[in-house]
Design a protein around this ligand. Structure first.
Ligand code: DX5
Ligand code: ZN
Length: 225
């Protein structure tokens, strides 16, 4: 699959979300929406009401990343509201198979996220239940953190697991993805790139997306996964 860019509105202006989403509508593939509950992560952002409002104003599909304690309770509602991708965290879900199936049943792509220290190997048998694996490349909770190179071998292993099973699972990296790090991620096998600070912190977000995409495409072509 060609690399996709999913800018995170965590680094956008929360008082002007609709405008900031519109700015990237012709150049990005998704809008990454970080839902944080101040329990699973030490930060609080937004929830379902804001996502419902944003859905009315976004031409791009929403990629909702739920960093919340009870995703089994909430995730299906994001899909029912119209989010096209809903990712739950493996560390938080008590019934991940049921919840992933509920997300799919509601018409969205089902994502499974893992923190930097969570091994991905234990989830091999769940790959058929997911449309995307999200590998955190920073500890979740805040934008603008430094990329954790230590996660790269796991990206590679995850790509090998997906390839070995011949499944159409997308592999997303999230955290510290920038012009300095995106090539390493693509070489390791990632194909969906979340970027908050690297897009919304740039003078020209559209140009930033274009450059990130070009770098990812070149590195992907070389890697030949
Ligand atoms: C962090 C969030 C990320 C964050 C990435 O917990 O999941 O999506 O917005 O921001 P950057 O790209 O600035 O590291
Ligand atoms: Zn995220």
């Amino acid at each position: 699959m060609a690399p996709q860019i999913s800018p995170s509105i965590l680094s956008a202006d929360f008082a002007r979300l609709a405008e900031d989403v519109e700015r990237i509508a012709d150049s990005a593939d998704w809008v990454h929406v970080d839902v944080m509950d101040n329990h699973f992560v030490p930060n609080l952002t937004l929830g379902l009401p804001v996502v419902q409002a944003l859905l009315k104003h976004s031409r791009l599909p929403l990629d909702c990343h739920l960093m919340i304690e009870d995703p089994d309770r909430w995730a299906p509602e994001y899909a029912e509201a119209g989010a096209k991708s809903v990712t739950i965290h493996a560390e938080a879900a008590k019934a991940p198979i049921r919840t992933l199936r509920a997300i799919r049943a509601a018409g969205a792509r089902a994502g499974l996220g893992v923190n930097p220290a969570t091994p991905v190997d234990g989830f091999e048998d769940l790959l058929g239940e997911v449309d995307m694996l999200l590998l955190m490349t920073v500890e979740p909770g805040f934008g603008g953190q430094k990329f954790l190179d230590v996660v790269l071998p796991k990206v590679r292993r995850a790509r090998e697991l997906i390839k070995g099973r011949d499944l159409p699972v997308w592999l997303q990296v999230d955290g510290g993805v920038s012009a300095e790090t995106i090539e390493r991620c693509a070489e390791a096998g990632a194909d969906v790139f979340v970027a908050g600070n690297a897009v919304y912190g740039a003078d020209d977000p559209v140009e930033a997306i274009r450059n990130l995409r070009a770098q990812a495409e070149e590195a992907t072509a070389k890697a030949n996964w």
